[in-house]
Design a protein around this ligand. Structure first.
Ligand code: G3P
Ligand code: MG
Length: 247
């Protein structure tokens, strides 16, 4: 039900390195993590890049929406200094660069499709899935990533574009129709916020035969609790506190 690593670094390297950058993956590796979750968004010219926020301001200097800016206008921006001066000079990376890095370093991936707005959902799902499928073509030894998204539309588009890629339906609060949604998506797992999970819901998801993944768990006591509930895997911001092989 979960033939994947059980503890993942959230956004590449958790909060120890700039999120969604190669520096994040490197930081994860330094902490023994060979599994990471990261976010994928489209630029205006439809380049899939690793990015969480739909606008500049927090992790990138300046203002402006990602969906209204071409890759050429983003690729030289400072993407590391916001966290710490020692990361100054880090840049954004494209999905292709991220996939290449992770494949080369043996990092298993949970690729979160993150449409900048609802109107971009289908296209973001489609292009992300196509890029991942292309990169894994002919790589028989590599374990396929799981594609996840809060956007049901994006995941449907991913299914249409690359049906063989496993999908996880990502929700904050588990909706009443979760099982129908998973069936329609032909998903392998439900990804959910551990804060709203209950033992009964966890048992129901597991009882229905699905993988169960939680975000974002930052202490071992909580990790142990949800493991008892049957949770298969989680991502964490605190790769310094939680050992990659703790489960
Ligand atoms: O995929 C789990 C988690 O990353 C979802 O929340 O906002 O950190 O992308 P967010
Ligand atoms: Mg994410």
């Amino acid at each position: 039900m979960w033939p994947y690593p059980r503890i993942l670094a959230h956004r590449g390297g958790g909060t120890l390195a700039p999120e969604n950058t190669l520096a994040g993956f490197r930081c994860g590796l330094e902490h023994g993590y060979h599994a990471a979750e990261f976010d994928v968004m489209l630029t205006r010219d439809e380049v899939p890049i690793l990015m969480h926020d739909p606008q500049r301001g927090r992790t990138l200097p300046g203002t402006g929406k990602i969906a209204e800016t071409d890759w050429a206008g983003l690729r030289e921006l400072e993407a590391g200094a916001w966290l710490d001066a020692r990361f100054a000079g880090e840049r954004l990376c494209t999905l292709e660069q991220g996939l290449d890095f992770c494949l080369a370093e043996g990092i298993w991936m949970n690729v979160e499709i993150k449409p900048a707005a609802a109107e971009f959902a289908r296209r973001t799902g489609e292009l992300t899935a196509q890029a991942v499928a292309r990169r894994f073509t002919g790589k028989s030894g590599a374990v396929l990533p799981v594609l996840s998204s809060f956007s049901y539309e994006a995941l449907l588009a991913a299914k249409d574009a690359a049906p063989a890629l496993p999908r996880g339906y990502l929700v904050d609060v588990i909706p009443e129709d979760w099982q129908a949604r998973l069936e329609q998506l032909q998903a392998v797992a439900l990804h959910t916020n551990h804060k709203h999970l209950t033992p009964a819901l966890a048992a129901a998801v597991k009882g229905a035969g699905y993988g169960l993944f939680c975000y974002t768990v930052n202490d071992m006591a909580r990790a142990e609790e949800i493991r008892q509930w049957g949770v298969d895997a989680f991502c964490t911001d605190r790769i310094d506190l939680i050992a990659a092989d703790a489960w």
